[in-house]
Design a protein around this ligand. Structure first.
Ligand code: SAM
Length: 306
C-alpha cells in the first residue's frame, strides 16, 4: 500500500532478537540492556505480523537483529515467511553461518548480506570485539551453499579507507561489496564525529564512475571493479524509502531515525484489527529523517535492529 507521501511500502525488516555476540563500537552503547525473554514476540507472533504486512503489499522481508542467528527458531521463521511468498533475505555478522548456511538454504532464504568492515584480524577485533575467523568461515560456508552474497561494510576513518583488501575478499567469495555511511545515533555521536567518512571521499580517492542506482544503493566502477554505496547522509534516499521495521518486542517503526514506535501487541490474534493498525503505521511514515537538522531521535541501531 501507499504511505502518506505516495511511497509504495513493500519491504519489512524484522529484528528477531536484540542479542548479539559481537559488540561493534558504533552499534550499541555499553553496557547493553538485555531484554527479557517474555518481552519478545514468539516466532508464531512474528509470522502473524509478517502475514498481515503481506496482505498490505509487503513482498520482501529482511531478517535481522541483534544477531538473527542467535534467535531460537530463526530457521522456522525464515521458512514460514518464505512460504508466504515474500522474498526472504538476511543480514548477519556471519559468525554462525558455518552451522546455519545449509538449513537456511533449505528453508528458502534468498540472499545473505554479511556485515564485515575489514579483513584485518586486529582491526576487526577492535571494531567488533570478535574473532574474524568465525566470520570468514561462515562466509565461506554460505558461498559453498551457493548463496547470493553481499558484503556490507560501514565506512570508518582508520578502519577501511583502503578498500582494496575488503574488495579483493568480496570478489573472491563472489559477493557484491557495498559501503554504508556511518550514521549518528544519540548514544554514539562521539564515535560518529571521530570516524565518519563520507562515501564521496572514497569515490573521489579511487576515481570511481557512477554506473546506476538500485533501491537505496548507488553503484560505481573503477579499474574493472564494481562497488556499491549506501549514503543516508551524503545521498539522502528518504524519497525512495519503502521500508517498515518490526522489532522483536513487537514495536513497528516507520522510520529508523524517527522517534515513532507503535506497539503491535494489543492487535495480535485479530486479523482485521491487526491489518488496520499496520495500515495506520504505514500512513504515519515520516517524509524524511532530520539528521542534518541535528534531530537524533533514535538511541542506537543495535536495539532497533539493523
Ligand atoms: N548482527 C547483524 C549484522 O551484523 O549484520 C544484523 C544487525 S546489525 C545492527 C545490521 C547492520 O547495521 C550492520 O551492517 C551494522 O554494521 C549496521 N550498523 C550498526 N550501527 C550502525 C551505524 N551507526 N551506522 C551505520 N550502520 C550501522
Amino acid at each position: 500500500m501507499l504511505d502518506g507521501y505516495g511511497r509504495e511500502i513493500r519491504y519489512l525488516r524484522v529484528s528477531v532478537t536484540d542479542k548479539c555476540n559481537l559488540a561493534c563500537v558504533y552499534c550499541k552503547p555499553r553496557p547493553v540492556k538485555q531484554l527479557r525473554h517474555e518481552d519478545m514476540l514468539s516466532i508464531e507472533q512474528l509470522v502473524e505480523v509478517v502475514r498481515a504486512f503481506r496482505g498490505l503489499g509487503v513482498d520482501k522481508v529482511r531478517v535481522t537483529g541483534g544477531e538473527p542467528l542467535l534467535r531460537h527458531g530463526v530457521v522456522a521463521f525464515v521458512e514460514q515467511v518464505a512460504a508466504l511468498g515474500c522474498q526472504t533475505v538476511m543480514t548477519t555478522n556471519a559468525t554462525r553461518l558455518k552451522e546455519f548456511a545449509k538449513p537456511l538454504k533449505a528453508a528458502g532464504l534468498a540472499r545473505i548480506n554479511v556485515s564485515l568492515d575489514t579483513v584485518d584480524a586486529d582491526v576487526y577485533r577492535d571494531v567488533t570485539k570478535g574473532d574474524i575467523a568465525d566470520a570468514l568461515e561462515g562466509i565461506r560456508a554460505a558461498e559453498e551453499e551457493g548463496f547470493s552474497l553481499r558484503v556490507n561494510a560501514v565506512l570508518q576513518k582508520g578502519v577501511n579507507e583502503d578498500i582494496m583488501p575488503l574488495l579483493e575478499f568480496a570478489e573472491d567469495v563472489g559477493a557484491q561489496l557495498r559501503f554504508i555511511e556511518l550514521m549518528p545515533f544519540r548514544s554514539t555521536t562521539g564515535y560518529f564525529s571521530d570516524r565518519f567518512l563520507p562515501s564521496s571521499d572514497i569515490i573521489e580517492k579511487y576515481g570511481m564512475k557512477r554506473l546506476f542506482g538500485e533501491g537505496v544503493a548507488e553503484y560505481y566502477t573503477f579499474d574493472g571493479h564494481t562497488v556499491g554505496f549506501i549514503s543516508p547522509l551524503g545521498n539522502k534516499f528518504c524519497d525512495y524509502c519503502e521500508r517498515m521495521r518490526l522489532t522483536g518486542t513487537g514495536m513497528v517503526l516507520p522510520c529508523l531515525h524517527s522517534g515513532l514506535r507503535f506497539d503491535v501487541r494489543p492487535y495480535l490474534g485479530d486479523e482485521e484489527k491487526l491489518s488496520a493498525f499496520l495500515a495506520e503505521c504505514i500512513k504515519a511514515k515520516p517524509r524524511s529523517h532530520l539528521i542534518e537538522e541535528g534531530e537524533l531521535q533514535s538511541e542506537d541501531m543495535g536495539s532497533i535492529g539493523g
